[in-house]
Design a protein around this ligand. Structure first.
Ligand code: GLP
Length: 240
């Protein structure tokens, strides 16, 4: 695992954008795995800017998002579909039909998840997966537990995650208690992974990721078995 420690959030965003941009230069029809949360927003802004300037092209790109709340309508302003449209897709020349976000309104979550896995395989697998990290070490919505799921699945959110994500909702009762998420194997099958973290509230999770042992209690630690992972964080999140 390579670790890039940046001075601040802006640098984290720039470094991450550089990696995504070079991926698109090397393979214009790349399959990207994308994340939501506040951390990748800076990177998405830079990528949108680069696309407007003609430096990078999303015309032939396919994307798969890590997760979606359940139940949650795509039109809801806290859905991850809405987030992606607002923060990236609407500002770049990607073909919307090639963007895939799990449906938070499906009445058959099992089928939705199985179809999602099939679509990723049919697209040739994910070339570059972008991840954030939860304060408790979750990736996507793979929460710390005594076991983890390999494939895309419906999961319960932990109190810690509901609390952390309540900042985006009017009241904590509005935060969904479940989500659909790629599983650990779905993520690890990606050819290359970058994981972004910023701020002191991520320090414990990032330190555990870099220095800790592999444990299902720290889902991000599973990334240690992958041979092409880059952690991009700022000094607040990791100072060693
Ligand atoms: C959510 C998402 C994760 C994300 C995490 C951290 O729970 N499911 O994919 O990494 O939040 O979000 P933030 O970047 O806002 O701290």
């Amino acid at each position: 695992m390579r670790v890039i420690v940046c001075d601040n959030y802006e640098e984290v965003s720039k470094q991450a954008a550089k990696i995504v941009a070079s991926q698109l230069v090397l393979k214009p029809d790349s399959v990207l795995g994308l994340a939501t949360g506040s951390t990748p927003v800076g990177m998405y802004n830079i990528l949108s800017e680069m696309n407007k300037n003609g430096e990078i092209d999303f015309k032939d790109v396919t994307s798969f998002n890590l997760d979606e709340y359940y139940p949650m309508a795509a039109e809801h302003d806290q859905s991850y579909r809405y987030f992606m449209n607002e923060n990236l897709f609407n500002g770049i020349n990607i073909n919307m039909e090639n963007t895939h976000v799990l449906s938070g309104t499906t009445d058959d979550p099992e089928k939705e998840c199985a179809d999602f896995e099939k679509m990723i395989d049919a697209a040739g697998g994910i070339d570059l997966q972008v991840l954030g990290i939860g304060q408790n070490g979750h990736i996507g919505f793979n929460e710390p537990d005594t076991f983890l799921y390999a494939n895309t699945h419906l999961t319960d959110l932990t109190e810690n995650t509901i609390q952390a994500n309540s900042r985006f909702f009017e009241k904590i009762e509005d935060v969904p208690t479940q989500a659909l998420t790629m599983g650990i194997a779905t993520i690890l099958k990606s050819k290359r992974i970058i994981i972004l973290a910023s701020g002191s509230n991520k320090r414990e999770a990032v330190t555990d990721l870099i220095e800790g042992e592999i444990s299902t209690n720290n889902p991000a630690s599973m990334l240690k078995v992958h041979n092409d992972v880059i952690v991009i964080c700022d000094k607040e999140a990791y100072s060693k």
